[in-house]
Design a protein around this ligand. Structure first.
Ligand code: NAP
Length: 236
């Protein structure tokens, strides 16, 4: 039976794991970063593979025929590893990536650039860039509201942490921005309707938004934007 490995950690990956793919063995893989992950349906493995060589060995051992890289658009390391391992093992690779936000804002290429820009736009920033982004903003002498799924370590006194994994609504985001008197929002261009409510709320309140652009996808790898497109490609 042909085997599909879904590299996950996103809502799209969970949706793909839950649609019927008759005739396939489907394995979902999670990094194991979140303490209490929402598990996909079906067979799941958790933890890193040990770099591209470890992933190549896994693809061979499990006789994986197709890898669907459905990881977060900013999980650049695992995507690069997947491209390299699939090339080494001769395994077909597809990327499932939701479209980015149709939103201009102040576009920057990196978290470092975002941190440099934020103090010129406001005094109270809302960071929706994840726990691992905190080091980039650590040196800023301003109020920072950081929303993340798991608590970060070593939180400076000017940073308030709000643990929440959503889903978020425009009303909820508006109330949060008002409650903390936020005057600048920072987001990655993650895309997806579930996280877009903050953009609508910020726009309605006239709050500037700093958007960190996505890292590029490995050239030559087919990129699909919906679960249904992947399903249609896999099923005859
Ligand atoms: P990353 O920097 O691209 O990957 C770091 C390492 O984590 C990889 O080299 C790999 O370890 C392991 N890894 C990542 N995804 C994996 C997966 N699906 N299965 C097995 N191992 C995986 O990743 P990240 O940005 O830390 O994100 C970690 C996970 O969280 C990803 O699965 C991603 O989809 C999800 N996520 C990330 C973000 C974000 O903003 N970055 C947001 C939401 C969800 P080895 O080298 O040992 O194989």
């Amino acid at each position: 039976m042909p085997t599909v490995l879904i590299l996950g950690g996103t809502g799209e990956a969970r949706r793909l794991a839950s649609v019927p793919l008759p005739g396939y063995r489907v394995i979902s893989s999670l990094a194991g970063r979140v303490a209490d992950p929402v598990l996909p349906a079906g067979e799941v493995r958790i933890g890193g593979f040990g770099g591209p060589d470890g992933l190549t060995a896994y693809l061979r051992a499990e006789r994986v025929d197709v890898v669907v890289d459905a990881t977060h658009p900013f999980a650049a390391q695992i995507s690069a590893n997947a491209a390299s391992a699939c090339a080494s093992a001769g395994t077909r690779l597809l990327v499932l990536r939701r479209p980015g936000y149709a939103f201009g804002g102040h576009r920057v290429a990196s978290l470092r650039e975002a941190a440099a820009l934020v103090p010129s736009l406001g005094e109270r920033a809302f960071l929706t860039t994840g726990r691992q982004s905190l080091p980039y903003f650590r040196g800023l002498a301003m109020f920072l509201l950081l929303r993340c799924v798991d608590p970060p370590e070593d939180v400076p006194s000017n940073v308030e942490v709000r643990l929440d994994r959503g889903p978020f609504t425009v009303d909820g985001e508006t109330a949060l921005l008002r409650e903390h008197r936020i005057d600048v929002l920072v987001t990655k261009d993650s895309g997806g309707a579930l996280t877009a409510a903050k953009l609508d709320a910020a726009q309605a309140l006239g709050i500037p938004v700093v958007v960190v652009d996505r890292p590029p996808v490995t050239p030559g790898v087919p990129v699909l934007s919906t679960v249904d497109e992947v399903r249609r490609l896999l099923l005859p």
